[in-house]
Design a protein around this ligand. Sequence first.
Ligand SMILES: [Zn+2]
Length: 416
Amino acid sequence: MCLAPSLTSGGRQPTHPGASLGTRAKSLVARYVALDADTVLSPGCIHWDASGRIVGLRRARKSERALDLAVLPGLVNAHAHLQLEPLDQPVRAFLPWVAAVIASRGERSAADHRRIALHSLRELLRSGTTAIGEIDSTGHTVAALRRLPMAGRCFRELTGFHLQQREARALVRERFPSDAGSMLPGLSPHAPYSVSPDLMRAAAARTRNLAIHCAELPEEQQFLRTGRGVFADLLRKLGRLPEGFRAPGCGAVRWLEQLGVLRASTQLVHCQELERGDVARIAAAGASIAVCPGTIDYFERTPPPVSKWRQLGIPVALGTDSHASNRGLSMRRELALAAAFWPELAPKELLRMATESGGRALNGPFGGLRRGRRADFLTVAAQASWSDTLSAFVHNLLPVSGVVLAGMTHRIHADR
Ligand SMILES: [Zn+2]
C-alpha cells in the first residue's frame, strides 16, 4: 500500500543551491509512472523501503489521489569525465584541445579533483541524472561519491602507448578500483592511439567492463592504418612510440576486434569515423556505443548515423562527455540536442537512449524502474497526456521538479 503521496523535504541542509536533501520518502502516487520507455502505469504507484530499494510498482487504486506528476527512471549519462573543468578559452581543434586539457588538469591538486567531481555530480543530479559512466583519470572520484552516491560505473582510465606486457599488467593491477564507492568498477583503456596492444589485452583480462574512445577522428584511423600523421608525430614527441613500431594496418574497430576487446560488455565512445563493415562488427559483438551530442556540437562534427546503428540492434546511449567539450553537464540538454540531430527518432526512442541503453552501456541495473533496484527516479509536471509529457520532456521544455536518488528526495528549483 502506498503510504504517502508526497515527496517531503526533511530538516537537513541543502547540499547545493537549487536542491535540498530530504527524508527517505516511502512512496509516490503519480498520474504517470514510466517503468521504462515502453511501459507506463497511469496512474501509478512506486514504493520503496528504508534502504532505498524499490519494493512495489503497480497501478494506483481508485481511492488513492495521484499527484499531477510524471515519474521517469533516472537518466543515465553513459560517458562523462567529472573531474574536467571548462577550458579558459574554447579550443576547437582536437590535438590543441587535448594539450589544453592536459595542461589544465596538471595544475590541479587532489582536493581540486574531488571538488570538481562533486560539483559535476551535483550539476548532473539537477538534470535528473542518477547513473553515470565516469572516466576517472586520477582515482579521486570515489571520494566525491561518498558525498553524493550516484549509481553507474567508475572506469579507471589507462593510457600508455609504450607499455609492454609487464608494465601493462602492473598498471592494470594498480588502477583497477578495489573500491568504486556507490558505483560498479571498470577500466577505460583510453583509445587505440593512446594504449598499447599489451595494455588493451591486460585491461580486457582483468575485467569485462571496458569503455574505450573509438574512431573519434579521421587522424586516428589514418594512424592505425598507416602509422603516420599527427598522432604518430605526437607519440614520437612524447617518447611513447616504440622502436620499430608497425601500424595494425586496419581501422579502430577492426583493431579492437583483433585485440579481443570488442565484446558484449564493451562500450565504444563517439564512433564518428566508422569504416565499412564496422557497424556489423559492433552489432555482432553485442557491444554498445555512447554518443555525446554536446561534444559533437562543440567540435562542430557531423552527427553519426545513430538510427542505422539502432536498426541493427546496437544499444546507443547518450553521454555528456566533460565540461571541457560541452557547455554544461545536463542530460536534458543532451536529449534536446539528440532530438535536433536525429529528428527521425521518436521521443520514446530518445528516452530509451537516455535510460535503458545507458544501463546496457554500463552493464548495470540502471535506466529503468524495477523491483529490487535502487529507487532512482525523477519527476516532472504531468501534461494532458503521457505522449505530451514525454515530448515536452525530451525537448527540454519541462523542468525536472524533483530527483530521488537511492530513495532520498532532492528538490530541484532550477533545472535549465
Ligand atoms: Zn571522453
